[in-house]
Design a protein around this ligand. Structure first.
Ligand SMILES: Cc1cc2nc3c(=O)[nH]c(=O)nc-3n(C[C@H](O)[C@H](O)[C@H](O)COP(=O)(O)OP(=O)(O)OC[C@H]3O[C@@H](n4cnc5c(N)ncnc54)[C@H](O)[C@@H]3O)c2cc1C
Length: 362
């Protein structure tokens, strides 16, 4: 399948999209841009001295410049029983097809991981009449996107939609004869289940980079021009590590790909990092967050709280450095711009309610 919108796979699982709706670019787009697209094979070997890569179907391609945008794969933690029939992860269209087909005849589904992806997959399956329980190691949902107050509110909204949650615990064992029959939690509880979906984060695909002898750490190490330690080889997207950062999000991958491509063609784009920004893609729940969400209340913030809305704007000196928006995300794009451009807060409309930082901290 040609390049498709991975980020919409849950809409496909939920039945809101057909497979062909996921395809990002039609064949004419590649022709128009003079891009030769080769699908259905992998690069399995590379010779950095001869500047050649080889595919598993024995094709070879010479390059002057090479971009590694190999993305990442789902992390499968070493839980006992994780290899049983009925345990899935979601990264590709093929994973989504398997999940759809298996879920058809299954009722009780446990989602391991209460991050964005886990909640979106859970919501898609809930919409198909399944019983969904989310197990999250952290004591709150979306630990990277929400503080305690925001997470408690989101959990209430999701429980009202029939989600079940087990927070502050992890999975000790996935039990069953050959296929999944139950999920045993560290704190002793046993959840009956006939399907498990693990959403425990991603890891960069490093294999081609390692074959090329490139410097890798958590990801492929790049400089601010997206060059690896070999100046003719670049890396971008989920596979690339800039400073200490692995972004793992679509907008950062787009920004990096654009910059790397420009630089490979002789441009001089200097990257300074991306502000992490995320939206929960669940119909009827408006939730977005960006930058520093300050779950530990180290900074000053302004908050807005009503029955349906919780918004927090985190401030450092006179600048916005992050936000949480639950129930009203209308000005999310403008807020991200203010964070990126380090706009003085005097020029932004913010709620009046001020929350001081903790004494003795920043
Ligand atoms: C279900 C889902 C929902 C998501 N939702 C969001 C969201 O709402 N917002 C957001 O910001 N991010 C989201 N993400 C994350 C986002 O999809 C990634 O950050 C983004 O796709 C990264 O782009 P990339 O091009 O670096 O890698 P990828 O999209 O992973 O693409 C890498 C490609 O390289 C191919 N490849 C790897 N190795 C080889 C090889 N050796 N030879 C040939 N080809 C190879 C892979 O098959 C893959 O097609 C979501 C991810 C998933 C799975």
């Amino acid at each position: 399948m040609p390049f498709y919108y991975r980020i919409r796979l849950n809409e496909y699982i939920g039945g809101a999209l057909k497979e062909h709706d996921l395809v990002a670019r039609k064949a004419d787009w590649y022709a128009e841009k003079r891009i030769k697209l080769i699908t259905g094979t992998r690069v399995i070997d590379a010779d950095p001295e001869k500047q050649i890569v080889s595919t598993e179907n024995e094709q070879q391609f010479a390059y002057d410049r090479l971009l590694l945008a190999t993305g990442s794969h789902s992390y499968l933690p070493p839980i006992q029983g994780v290899d049983k029939q009925g345990v899935f992860t979601l990264r590709t269209i093929s994973d989504a097809r398997k999940i759809i087909s298996f879920a058809e005849t299954r009722e009780r589904i446990v989602l391991v991981g209460g991050g964005l992806l886990g909640l979106e997959t859970g919501n898609a399956l809930l919409g198909k009449g399944k019983k969904v329980t989310v197990v999250e190691f952290f004591p709150r949902l979306l630990p990277r996107q929400l503080d305690t107050k925001g997470a408690a509110r989101l959990m209430q909204i999701m429980e009202d939609r029939d989600f079940s949650f087990r927070l502050g615990t992890s999975v000790r064992e996935i039990a069953g004869n050959r296929a999944v029959e139950s999920v045993h939690l560290q704190r002793g509880e046993i959840l009956p289940a006939n399907m498990v979906i693990v959403s425990a984060g991603v890891r960069p695909n490093l294999e081609p980079a390692q074959r090329l002898g490139l410097a890798t750490d958590k990801g492929i190490v790049v400089d601010s021009a997206f060059r690896t330690n070999r100046p003719e080889i670049f890396a971008a997207g989920d596979a690339a590590q800039f400073g200490d950062h692995l972004y793992g999000i679509w907008p950062a991958a787009m920004e990096q790909g654009r910059a790397a491509g420009t630089n490979m063609a002789g441009g001089g784009v200097i990257y300074e990092g991306s502000i992490p920004a995320n939206k929960l893609k669940v119909a009827g729940i408006d939730l977005a967050s960006a930058g520093e969400i300050d779950a530990e209340n180290r900074f000053k913030s302004r908050t807005e709280e009503t029955d349906t809305v919780y918004r927090k704007f985190v401030i450092d000196a006179n600048h916005l450095i992050g936000c949480i928006m639950l129930g009203d995300t209308a000005d999310f794009a403008r807020t991200i711009r203010a964070i990126n451009e380090q706009t003085d807060i005097a020029q932004i409309k913010l709620p009046n309610r001020e929350q001081a930082s903790r004494p003795g901290r920043k």
